[in-house]
Design a protein around this ligand. Structure first.
Ligand code: NDP
Length: 390
């Protein structure tokens, strides 16, 4: 039996992971399941999978969780510290699917235990790439990508030598506003930004897809995961979301990874790696699809995407600044305090302020520094929003 833990079990990735694990209950011994506000789902899954412990991120929800787990034999815990402690429990395979920077500390802790970390939480590598990779190396742990683009690249690289890779191209659906006139984007509403043409995901990542902040994070994640020069990373808008990524080699060959847009493929690949197991995902019917389209992204439509290269150029803690400012700008957009396009402007203002007031490049990449930077970048994002609103 493989010991598995799922961080962010109640979310979209977490539920898809549970779907796969619940199909083969005799193969898995579930150690920890974690969630946030959705106590009913967390408790139901912990009961069904006979988890050792269920953890909610919110301390004030502990009594609700205890009530929901009464008589189940599942231990209950709450709070950020409890999340990190849950990651110290021995597990062979850990899914990192908490949303946002909160996923970083439990992920690092799991790596310290030598677990295989299936990484859906893209913020982990964006905020602390070198630290995370060093931790994995030091503790003999393995990182496996779960983001569909990075899983696609990882699969296209099997048996290949990185020195033969010329470029990596990740695709983007273009999100909810792909076909809108650019002049209308400033007025786009939260509801409009929350509907994705192809993927069924949580609200925050869906809005981040419409703005391409999500793609910007993925570009940075690509650089960190595969150690590629930023100038060799490209993005293509591909409305059908069938080709997830392409790898170009020095002999001119390009390997493309295709599949139906279903996260259970990338999750299942990471779960069964290095083997391929039968997965309950739709089989591609290319004749029915007929044609696949690709376009260069229009940076006037997606100003957030350009920021990815600024961040990679700045290096150091700027990934943590970028992510925190982006999360806060998104909060303000969802609360209707700023417009859709203001998000990218606010994040750019925070990055510039860090450049002007602090030396990001030289600060060592430690968990403490990442967390302090995250905190400060959120405050400065609030300042930027107030400046804009004023
Ligand atoms: P969801 O919003 O659906 O789920 C997020 C999970 O994190 C939930 O379990 C939520 O709990 C929990 N959570 C929320 N806030 C906190 C917190 N402060 N501390 C601890 N746990 C918290 O997100 P997704 O599943 O869509 O995405 C998860 C991660 O995977 C993100 O980093 C995303 O970018 C990445 N990803 C997602 C993809 C997708 O298809 N959804 C594709 C590729 C990557 P609760 O719901 O109970 O409040």
């Amino acid at each position: 039996m493989r010991k598995v833990s799922i961080f962010g079990a109640t979310g979209s990735i977490g539920q898809n992971t549970i779907d796969l694990i619940a199909r083969a209950p005799d193969h898995y011994d579930v150690v920890a399941l974690t969630g946030g506000a959705n106590i009913a789902q967390l408790a139901a899954d912990a009961r069904q999978l006979h988890a050792d412990v269920a953890v909610t991120a919110y301390e004030d929800r502990l009594s609700d969780l205890c009530d929901a787990l009464e008589g189940s034999g599942v231990e209950a815990a709450a709070g950020a510290q409890a999340l990190t402690e849950a990651a110290t429990r021995p597990a062979d395979w850990v899914m990192s699917a908490i949303v946002g920077a909160a996923g970083l500390a439990p992920g690092i802790e799991a790596l310290k235990q030598g677990a295989t970390l299936a990484l859906a939480n893209k913020e982990t590598l964006v905020c602390a790439g070198a630290l995370v990779l060093d931790t994995a190396k030091t503790h003999g742990a393995r990182l496996l990508p779960v983001d569909s683009e990075h899983s696609a690249v990882f699969q296209a690289l099997v048996g290949e030598d990185m020195s033969a890779v010329e470029r990596i191209i990740i695709t983007a659906s273009g999100g909810a506003f792909r076909d809108w006139p650019v002049s209308d984007l400033a007025k786009a509403t939260v509801e409009q930004a929350s509907s994705h043409p192809n993927w069924d995901m949580g609200q925050r990542i869906t809005i981040d897809s419409a703005s391409m902040f999500n793609k910007a994070l993925e570009v940075i994640e690509t650089k960190e995961f595969f150690g590629l020069d930023p100038q060799r990373i490209e993005v293509l808008v591909h409305p059908e979301s069938i080709v997830h990524a392409l790898v170009g080699f020095r002999d001119g060959a390009v390997m493309a990874h295709m599949g139906a847009p279903d996260m259970r493929h990338a999750i299942g690949y990471a779960l069964h790696w290095p083997h391929r197991q039968r997965l309950p995902v739709e089989r591609l019917d290319l004749a029915a699809i007929g044609q696949l389209n690709f376009q260069k992204p229009d940076l006037a439509r997606y100003p957030a995407l350009r920021l990815a290269w600024d961040v990679m150029e700045r290096g150091g803690l700027s990934g943590a600044v970028f992510n925190a400012a982006k999360e806060r700008a998104l909060d303000h957009f969802i609360a209707r305090r700023i417009g859709f396009l203001d998000m990218a402007d606010c994040v750019a203002m925070v990055l510039d302020r860090f450049d002007a007031e602090l030396c990001l490049i030289d600060a060592p990449l430690t968990l403490d520094n990442v967390q302090q930077t995250d905190h400060l970048a959120r405050q400065w994002a609030d300042d930027a929003v107030h400046k804009r609103a004023g």
